[in-house]
Write a protein that binds this ligand. Structure first.
Ligand SMILES: Cc1cc2nc3c(=O)[nH]c(=O)nc-3n(C[C@H](O)[C@H](O)[C@H](O)COP(=O)(O)OP(=O)(O)OC[C@H]3O[C@@H](n4cnc5c(N)ncnc54)[C@H](O)[C@@H]3O)c2cc1C
Length: 397
């Protein structure tokens, strides 16, 4: 009998790092209200505070306890759709722009962490994209060639090399130089604490129930009956944003993750790589302080608990085919909502559905890296500047 639901490893290992007051007995004014205190709201408000805006951030839960607490925090420049396929959808120039923006975002996050001395487990890694069969190896090699043409820092490893270096069964793989990991939950708290030290106000356990868009300002109504009057509102509300928008931006489903007990034995090179594969849904794994973290096996949002349990077991079976003989003994497992868009790109910018409202919806396996890209997109849009990425991530595309 399970007396409690599954909790993610990030939340269990950190606990609740900081609580903020709720907004329940007064009205507020500010330039910008950020709704959502996950990693996206934390990054966006960091960019706004750095630009000198007067910001209030609200969250209906505790800070970082939405999807940010469930993430497995692989930071990759490569999106869920291969570059050659994205090129087919939006053209090679746009696709390469989006891929290069991922590399820039990893470097930018590294700088933010270093500049502020955040103790959030940020580590530079490599990314290993493995093919599961001969047919996949053919398109993966094509993918390698286009990435190589644009100098994205890739090498092709044949199956023997993947086996000898990483212990993984494959039909060849792309090894990318640009990748990283971070404890996103901790980073989210660090960023918000920094912003508060610069004057930002934070209210947790404060739900935005309604907002009224006027000509040049917005009135935000909280569940507790308070108002925040501001010039702009930025929604960093993750997968729940679906409820706010008529436009269908993403399909939502469940995805699974599991962490082994400590002291797992792995080839040294595997400890330095984020591994994912050509499966659909894809399986992924990474080393995490003496443990192995694995994830994948997406299933319908509405599946029963029994089906979810089976999906979780499938994840362990997937590991054993890829890395035979590994001594993975599960310590923690959890599932979380996940969203994917038609082109695997995020939605960032003004929504035509609301005046004075911007959204940062970093869907997909690169959610965090998309949110880092959102920092510059949002500040550029607020300043009325052109932004190269905004066109690829716009609503109604
Ligand atoms: C198992 C799993 C593995 C993942 N792995 C990766 C990975 O390896 N790499 C990666 O980049 N991404 C990964 N993701 C995706 C990543 O977790 C998300 O992209 C990211 O956490 C989204 O952050 P967010 O701040 O936008 O959303 P959230 O963390 O959900 O924050 C949104 C916040 O908005 C608040 N909110 C919503 N509505 C309201 C309202 N009306 N009023 C007030 N507050 C409101 C919520 O309470 C919530 O705290 C993974 C996701 C899952 C589930």
């Amino acid at each position: 009998m399970r007396l409690r639901t599954f909790e993610s490893f990030g939340l269990i290992s950190n606990g609740i790092l900081h609580s903020y007051p709720s907004l329940h007995d007064k009205n507020e004014t500010c330039e910008i209200t950020v709704v959502g205190g996950g990693i996206t709201g934390a990054l966006i408000s960091y960019a706004l505070v750095k630009k000198g805006y007067n910001v209030i951030l609200v969250d209906k839960r505790d800070i970082g306890s939405g999807s940010t607490a469930a993430t497995t925090s692989m930071l990759q420049y490569e999106t869920d759709i291969p570059l050659y396929r994205l090129s087919g959808l939006i053209g090679e120039e746009g696709a390469v722009t989006c891929y290069k923006a991922g590399i820039t975002a990893i470097n930018k996050l590294a700088e933010i962490v270093k500049e502020n001395n955040f103790d959030c487990g940020f580590e530079i890694k490599k990314s290993l994209y493995i093919s599961l069969n001969e047919k996949d190896a053919q398109w993966l090699y094509e993918e390698f060639e286009i990435r190589n043409k644009y100098a994205l820092g890739v090498k092709w490893l044949d199956a023997e090399r993947v086996k000898s270096d990483y212990g993984i069964n494959s039909h060849g793989a792309i090894l990318s130089e640009a990748a990283a990991t971070v404890d996103a939950y901790k980073l989210c708290h660090d960023l918000i604490a920094f912003n508060v030290s610069k004057g930002m106000k934070v209210y947790d356990q404060t739900e935005v129930k309604k907002f009224e868009m006027k000509e040049d300002f917005v009135t935000v109504h909280t569940e507790s009956g308070c108002e925040i009057n501001c010039q702009k509102i930025i929604f960093c509300t993750g997968y729940e944003s679906k409820e706010l928008l008529k436009e269908k931006t993403a399909d939502l489903f469940y995805t699974y993750a599991s962490v082994s007990e400590c002291d797992i034995r792995l080839p040294e090179k595997l400890k330095d790589a984020l591994v994912w594969d050509t499966g659909s849904p894809y399986f992924y794994m990474r080393y995490l302080n003496g443990r192995l973290l694995i994830g994948g096996e997406d299933s319908s949002y509405n599946h029963s608990a029994k089906v979810k349990e089976r999906d979780r077991e499938n994840l362990l079976a997937a590991l054993n085919t890829r890395l035979p003989g590994v001594n993975f003994i599960e310590d923690f497992s959890w599932a979380g909502v996940f969203g994917s868009t038609k082109d695997s790109l995020p939605y960032i910018g003004y929504s035509p559905e609301y005046k004075n409202a911007l959204f940062v919806l970093g869907y997909g396996g690169n959610g965090i890296i998309f949110s880092v890209q959102g920092m510059e997109i949002i500040t550029d849009l607020l300043e009325g500047k052109q932004n190269e990425l905004a066109k690829w991530y716009r609503f109604r595309r």
